[in-house]
Design a protein around this ligand. Sequence first.
Ligand SMILES: [Mg+2]
Length: 243
Amino acid sequence: MSAYRIDPAPGGYVVIHNGSEAAIGIFDWEGAKRFVADATKHTVKPLRIGIDLDECVYPFSRVLGDYITDTTGRKRSQMPAPTRWSFYEDWGYTTEQFLKFFEDAVDKGIMFAEGAPILGSLETLRNLKRDGHTLHIVTDRFVGRRSQELTGYWLQSRHVPFDTLTFAKDKTIVPTDVFIDDKPSNVDALREAGCSAYLYNRHRDDQWQHPALVDSWEAFEQVVDALVFRQQANEQAVEEVPA
Ligand SMILES: [Mg+2]
């Protein structure tokens, strides 16, 4: 039985863990080459990690559904988890009706202020911060009168670690090495700009078959680990082992 735990990671390589310790190497199957880097010689080079909030860290659709139930009495079961970007249409609302609920929920201090972080997000962000990386939140929140104020409040009250917080529609304006976002067009634009962006899988039809999907925060953490060690493998005098 192998002493190593081998975890597949998106991007064509696997991270090899020695027990529960740090990864000891990267096997890169692209180009049929196998590289081994000695983790004990590494000094971790911090990455600038970009983070989207809505539907990645913040449970936007869940809070909106709860708000609609509280204000209209409509059953929560009639508003299922999103299966597409315009999920509110499946709830029976037009774009105008959706935006009215959204704006009212912000102005009443509910949207962006209430709701627990999405499963696994806090733990991963804390781990990444602990590993020395910097965390850069870039969020497209301009609806209502209080979205920025409430965002700051929620991040503080939920103890979400971050280094910078930027409100922008264009996520490429903040320099980042790697990014997690649930919107395909954002991920594509970031990749075009040279960032290793990944699409957080919310199982919506607009995300299907995207080449850079990650299924969980844990998987994203493994991607970051792999990027770090790959960078180190490239910088070291790389030992190439026979395939
Ligand atoms: Mg989002």
